[in-house]
Design a protein around this ligand. Structure first.
Ligand SMILES: [Zn+2]
Length: 383
């Protein structure tokens, strides 16, 4: 799923979306109204002005009004696969915003729905809006079963060439946006923070305006901001957990509102007072039989409150989990070169996993699927 949508002529997606006439449109008429009145994707008319398919990417030049009425699990009715919506506001610079690359991370969508509703036809900027994985969102999943993580498809020649990612990058960079914002949620508990792949003043501006906690990383190098960050100021906004906190959505909303009204990107020093800048050093992977909480006989039982340690300096000796047999599970720390550095950070002995030397973790998850699909956490160093 998420593949096999028609391109060129013929829609072939089986969803009744009227995209299939193959007309190539430009970047859109200078349409002050961003809201379509029904023509377009989702109407099943077979004739959608201002829409086209490139690879498996649907590109629209309007925002269907149904966009505002659909929750993350229903959005696929409108956008069956990855969709880029181009909203041109005359003489205003472009910004690129991505949400739902991970289908179960929904704060970005909710904030953008509210913000675009507030703007109505008075967009303060031109906007390229990516809805990354609505098919996974429909099922409340990060990615569909068997599907590659959609935030790990943005590099490595052959992979890029065979996916919609290449079409998206080409389209976005052609518009020379002032900045790229990729919005995510964490599965573990924790406060919002920013992530950048390039250490310079403009990237830092985007990050610092969102949070005083900023993580710099290069690996995994296959993320969207790795690819875009080569060309334009880019940031990942980690908004904390998807559910349960309106304050986090409002925080994001205020950030986006302030950003979209700017005519240039500011500059923030990498050594600004109050800034906590971390470098990702390694990732912790778990596999085999493990659970957060009691595992029963065999396997690894990890502390279910592990995520309360995000962005805290951990003391040597802290207990992370207990086990009966090393044969039942894997617990591995790899540095950015892929080397096994488990013994530097953890002591696995006498049926216990304990921190060996102090470090600061981020993105700790206490979700088994998230830990399996990505990793248990990142290990960071203050820089
Ligand atoms: Zn994510």
């Amino acid at each position: 799923m998420g593949k096999g949508n028609g391109n060129g002529n013929g829609n072939g997606n089986g969803n009744g979306n009227g995209n299939g006439n193959g007309n190539e449109v430009g970047t859109g008429a200078d349409n002050p109204s961003v809201f379509a009145t029904g023509a377009g994707a989702g109407t099943g008319t077979g004739d959608a002005p201002g829409s086209k398919w490139t690879a498996d990417l649907l590109i629209l030049d309007h925002l269907p009004k149904e966009f505002f009425q659909l929750g993350p699990q229903e959005l696929h009715q409108l956008f069956p696969g990855p969709t880029l919506i181009r909203l041109l506001s005359s003489q205003r610079p472009w910004f690129f915003v991505s949400t739902l690359l991970h289908g179960n991370e929904t704060t970005g969508l909710k904030a953008l729905q509210q913000l675009l509703m507030e703007y109505g036809s008075n967009l303060p900027c031109s906007l390229l809006l990516l809805i990354g994985n609505p098919a996974a969102a429909a099922q409340g999943l990060r990615s569909l079963p068997g599907q590659l993580d959609q935030n790990r498809i943005w590099a490595d020649g052959a992979l890029l060439a065979t996916s919609w990612a290449q079409a998206l990058l080409k389209e976005v960079l052609a518009h020379q946006p002032m900045a790229a914002i990729d919005i995510h949620n964490t599965t573990g508990r924790g406060e919002p923070y920013s992530v950048i792949t390039h250490l310079n003043a403009e990237h830092m501006f985007l990050a610092r305006e969102f949070s005083s906690n900023v993580v710099h990383f290069r690996e995994p190098h296959t993320t969207l901001v790795n690819a875009l960050g080569e060309h334009i100021p880019s940031v990942v906004l980690e908004c904390g957990p998807s559910e349960g906190d309106e304050k986090r959505k409002d925080h994001l909303l205020h950030y986006l509102k302030a950003l979209f009204s700017r005519s240039n990107i500011g500059q923030t020093s990498l050594v600004e007072p109050g800034l906590h800048l971390f470098e990702s050093q390694a990732r912790v992977f778990v596999g085999g039989r493990f659970a957060f909480g009691p595992q029963g006989s065999g396997g690894l039982s990890l502390d279910p409150d592990l995520d309360l340690n995000n962005f805290k300096l951990l003391a040597a000796g802290q207990l992370w989990g207990t086990y009966e047999s090393r044969k039942d599970f894997e617990f591995l720390v790899r540095d950015t070169q892929g080397q096994d550095v488990t013994a530097q950070y953890f002591d696995l002995s006498n049926g216990e996993i304990r921190v060996r030397k102090p470090f600061v973790p981020s993105l700790i998850t206490t979700s088994v699927p998230a830990a399996q699909e990505d990793c248990l956490c990142y290990i960071m160093k203050r820089i």
